[in-house]
Write a protein that binds this ligand. Structure first.
Ligand code: DX5
Ligand code: ZN
Length: 219
């Protein structure tokens, strides 16, 4: 992942017509579809699992796009094989969710999937210092995980720059509160993949909202 990309998060999509919503943003140019998996433990809500990943895999892959699966679950190393089998192309685990981050990332790679690690707003970027060699991507949470539609935490911009400094050759993703106002600054501070949920699927016209964000980010 080199150029800036907008990754629509289906968390804010209309689940009664999920396939159609994904097709809409792909037609608008999206090539990374972000899937938020929550277990009711690491974060309070429960969302979706491998069944939804596998339901979307064919249409996403046929379009040349990828499924970016963000695991907000405890002990994610126990689940990565299942998500890989379902069709995930990239799997992100949280540094806070396991005492075995190195092992979890190695398990993702062993499953033939791109490996990423996320840090919550309260977690220093240094939490990823020892696993740089295992990371295809690092995710900087710019809201506390669990819900769409929260305001962007402003301190995330400096944090993105610190993450870029710590991992100069690793793709950086930012997730939470990305909209037409915050997308540009996120890209300027080193984020290459910008996740956006409510700014896209909360809009009347998701395709137009995608295009506006892509323009704001220089994608
Ligand atoms: C939050 C999720 C995000 C969420 C972002 O816990 O990880 O991916 O969908 O939603 P917005 O873009 O509305 O902040
Ligand atoms: Zn996410």
């Amino acid at each position: 992942l080199r150029a800036t990309r907008i990754a629509p998060s289906i968390l804010s999509a209309d689940f009664a017509r999920l396939g159609a919503q994904v097709d809409e943003v792909i037609a608008a140019g999206a090539r990374v579809i972000h899937v938020d998996v929550m277990d009711g433990h690491f974060v309070p809500p429960i969302t979706m699992g491998p069944i939804v990943v596998s339901a979307l895999a064919d249409r996403v892959h046929a379009a040349g796009a990828i499924l970016d699966v963000h695991l907000m679950i405890e002990r994610p190393e126990r689940q990565v094989a299942e998500f890989a089998k379902a069709g995930a192309d990239s799997i992100t685990v949280h540094a806070e969710a396991t005492p075995h981050l190195n092992y979890a990332l190695a398990a993702i790679r062993d499953a033939g999937v791109s490996a990423a690690a996320a840090v919550n707003p309260g977690t220093p970027v240094g939490a990823l210092a020892e696993v740089g060699a295992l990371l295809d991507m690092a995710l900087c949470m710019s809201v506390n995980p669990g819900w769409g539609g929260q305001p962007f935490i402003a301190a995330s911009l400096d944090k993105l720059a610190r993450l870029r400094g710590l991992l100069p050759s690793t793709a950086i993703e930012v997730d939470g509160g990305v909209d037409a106002k915050t997308a540009g600054p996120c890209a300027e501070h080193g984020a290459g993949v910008l996740v956006a949920g409510s700014a896209i699927f909360g809009a009347k016209d998701p395709a137009a909202a995608y295009a506006a964000l892509a323009q704001a980010a220089g994608a």
